[in-house]
Design a protein around this ligand. Structure first.
Ligand code: UDP
Length: 368
């Protein structure tokens, strides 16, 4: 099979890693990087640490506004995918690259596979929610992390081509944690010697809004222990634009590599985050998580008692900065068994997929 895989942002590099390796055993994968995240800290280091093959095509669509970015991706992706004679296109998650890749696949009448389908925050002010809802409705195959996602899709009338495969991020996590821990950069190594909390904030709803960003940061003023804060480039930009200072207890760090990030997550007392990936990794690691959002699509971790929604309320967050979250007694396997990539591959090699690929070829041939 001739597969086009589209990635562009940091979480997608983690999501593509294990599946890409599995796919390449017997199939041809053309990896397209849209360039949504492009520098060493946000992109290159992930390819290196996760052993991902270099992208076959890098479109260099950089940091422009959401709509302009999607528009530019559509134009460039259509131009490069059309001549590839692909059997199918795989996108994952909820980024602008996911949306653009999904739209282009369907414009070109190519079968579309959505990995991590069926997630909903039910907050349509989030660009990620728009992206995931749209792509679920466009996809020929929706591959979910769990049965609850299947039920959410069914509630929206999507029943065909839906499979539970588990979470490819869990596959990547297990592989990475089985490796020796990386050497931490000097300031980080120093900071993790004593108990600490970990903080990440980068969602538009939090960092593009001065009041929300300020409210989140204020919660850590006079925190009883250091708060390690690897700062996403967008957040750093906004801190500068808004003229916001970090409280003294926050230790500002450059974005970390994946392996370094997992090490910090595993050692943190509590993880404060608005990241979808980090909420799940906190669960994988068995570290209590406080989510700095009003809603989350990872409600399963909340229901299991490991994740707590605090929004951007200084008071609500502060309660967790000062209090101690006791880990619940159980951590059921909500994200599969670490074999999501193999299960996805099995779906891609099934008669069902072969049928979808053959039918799409027929439709394209008829249009020529
Ligand atoms: N991550 C990382 N270094 C950092 C912050 C996050 O390696 O400094 C990793 C994190 O461990 C997870 C992924 O990036 O695997 C999540 O990406 P991000 O938070 O950017 O996006 P989201 O998951 O919210 O879409």
């Amino acid at each position: 099979m001739n597969v086009v895989s589209i990635v562009g942002a940091r979480p997608e590099f983690v999501q593509v890693a294990v599946l890409s390796r599995a796919l390449r055993r017997d199939h041809t994968e053309i990896l397209i990087h849209t360039g949504q995240h492009y520098d060493v800290a946000m992109s290159e280091r992930f390819f290196e640490q996760l052993g991902i093959a270099q992208p076959d095509l890098d479109l260099g669509v950089g940091g422009i506004s959401t709509s302009a970015q999607v528009g530019e991706m559509l134009r460039k992706l259509a131009g490069v995918i059309e001549p590839l004679d692909a059997d199918l296109v795989i996108v994952r998650g909820d980024t602008n690259s996911t949306l653009a890749g999904g739209l282009v696949a369907k414009h070109l009448l190519l079968p579309l596979v959505h990995v991590e389908a069926g997630m909903r925050s039910h907050d349509r002010t989030m660009p990620e929610e728009i992206n995931r809802v749209t792509v679920d409705h466009l996809a020929d195959l929706n591959l979910t992390t769990d049965a609850a996602a299947v039920a959410r899709l069914a509630a929206e009338g999507i029943t065909g081509g839906v499979h539970v495969c588990g979470d490819v991020m869990y596959d990547a996590y297990l592989e990475a944690r089985a490796r020796p821990e990386p050497m931490l950069p000097a300031p980080v190594a120093e900071a993790v010697r004593t108990p600490f909390d970990l903080l990440t904030v980068h969602r538009s709803e939090n960092v593009d809004d001065r009041v929300r960003l300020r409210a989140i940061l204020d919660a850590f003023a006079a925190a009883p222990r250091p708060v390690l804060f690897p700062i996403h480039p967008r957040t750093r930009l906004r801190l500068g634009e808004f003229g916001l200072e970090l409280p003294a207890e926050i230790v500002a760090l450059e974005p970390l590599g994946y392996l370094e990030m997992l090490t910090l997550e595993a050692r943190a007392r509590t993880i404060f985050t608005d990241s979808g990936g980090v909420q799940r990794e906190a669960y994988f690691a068995g570290v209590p998580c406080v989510t700095l959002r009003d809603r989350t699509e990872w409600t399963n971790t909340v229901d299991a008692g490991w994740n707590h929604l605090a929004g951007a309320s200084t008071e609500a967050i502060r309660q967790y900065v000062y209090g101690t979250l006791a880990p619940p007694p159980d951590r059921p396997p909500l994200f599969g068994d670490g074999d999501a990539a193999e299960r996805i591959l099995a779906v891609l090699e099934s008669d069902e997929t072969r049928g979808i690929v053959a039918e799409a070829r027929k439709v394209r041939a008829a249009r020529r």
